[in-house]
Every structure is written in structure tokens, then in C-alpha cells.
Design a protein around this ligand. Sequence first.
Ligand code: XBP
Ligand code: MG
Length: 264
Amino acid sequence: MTDRLEALIFDVDGTLADTERDGHRVAFNQAFAEAGLDWHWDVELYGQLLVVTGGKERIRHYMEHHHPALPQASDLDDLVLRLHRRKTLHYAALIDGGSIPLRPGVLRLLEQARAEGVRLAVATTTTPDNVFALLEHALPGLPGWFDEIAAGDVVPHKKPAPDIYRYVLARLGLPPGACIAFEDSDNGLHAARAAGLLTVVAPSGYTQSQDFTGAALMLDHFGEPDRPMRILHGPPGIDGSMLDLALLRRLHSIRAADRISNSI
Ligand code: XBP
Ligand code: MG
């Protein structure tokens, strides 16, 4: 692990904003209703479907498990694509309508990183349009703060596979030891760790009871001056009311020291 922290790599859904229940889920249902389908993903069912990352993959999984009588024809692929395209438009409209804010402390941390020359990147399974919609709505021009926005089908295997993180690292030209990943889900944590990244986890609405063994630090959120974070799990010597670069650099150097002593 290098001794300098050079980049922060963020998951999007659940990490930058809690988008699943009131964003993606609602948009999927809008697309189904518009297509004349009587499918409805309620809050509980959607929580179960989240085990499958990627919206197209999730629709396909739902069809196979809840409507197995549907013909396995190639026009099924076409239906998935059409539904997903409409879902993406509905999602952007929901975001533009202001229904999903960034999570506490996210913008503050991005601003500090930008001011101090720590690079920013995104590694997500979601569609690129969704990331741009979310960031641009949060702050006009915000997508331009990121050196790399890696999203969706740019890699063959979605999380929990490490592909998207490896892709981002290659694009940034950095080793995993120079970066920290931010995630909210077990699938995301597995992906980041398998790519060799130190990972900070802030569980979101749907992921509170997942297993985050292997996270370097677990928080309820990143914290704001008037809304302190709670550290749910972390190494001794890490404390504070907000996640900032000083704390992240401390975490990074503690983990670097751990690695060196473990390899001796
Ligand atoms: C996010 C997802 C995404 C969204 C839907 O996972 O699983 O699939 O639910 O996005 P992560 P699309 O936060 O681990 O990246 O419909 O655009 O695929
Ligand atoms: Mg996520």
C-alpha cells in the first residue's frame, strides 16, 4: 500500500444517495404499469430483488422467478431492454423532481477532496444516465468533479465481481493501495475488497442488516456539523463526528501499517 491517499472511489446507489426504495423501485413500477403489465415491486419484494445488481438483470431475474410461464424467446430480451429504457427515463424525472437528496456529509466530503487535490471517481452498476442525473441535480457541474465515472455495462460482470473497481483503477492509473472505496452494500463491499481496496461502508435503507465483515470502517452516514456521524465499527484511534480527509488519511495509514506488519 502506498503511503499517499490519492483518490476516493464512490458507489452511487445507497452510498451517495438512498435511491433504491423511492427512486429505482418507483421507476421500475412506472415502466411496468405503462407497458400494461400487472407487475408491482412493493418495498419488501424489492428488498429481496436487490440481491441481483443491475436493473436489466433484476427484471430478468424477476421474470424467471415470478413469471416462469413467460416464453424464453429472444423478444424477451427486447422486452427487458424496452422496460429498462423507460425505467431510466422515469428515474431521471424522479431525480429532477427533487425526491432524492444526497446523503449527509457526501457533498462536504467531495468538496474537501476537490479542494485538497484528492481525485474522485465513481464505480457503480447503475446506468450512466442515472449517475449524471443524480449528481447534476445535487449541484450543477458536479459530474465534472469526477475524473472517472464508471457505470453500468462498461464491464462484463457487475458487483459483487470486482470488475468495475479494477476498471476504475486502470482508468485512474492508480494501485488499489492509493485509494479508498465507499459502499453501502455487501455486494459492493465484496467487489471493492476483491479489487484490493480499503472500504468504508455506510449502510443504507435496505442494507442495514447485511454482513460487512472486512469493512475498514462502518458509519451510519458521513456526518455534517449539525448531524454527527456514528462509528459503528472501526480500528482503535479512529474517532470524530464527521468523515473528512484527516480521518481517512489516518485510516489509510493504520491499514498500511497493518499490511506491512502482517506481511513480515
Ligand atoms: C445498484 C444497483 C442498480 C440500481 C438500478 O447497485 O443495483 O442496479 O438498483 O440501476 P450498487 P439500473 O449500488 O451496488 O452499484 O436500473 O440503471 O441498472
Ligand atoms: Mg450501493
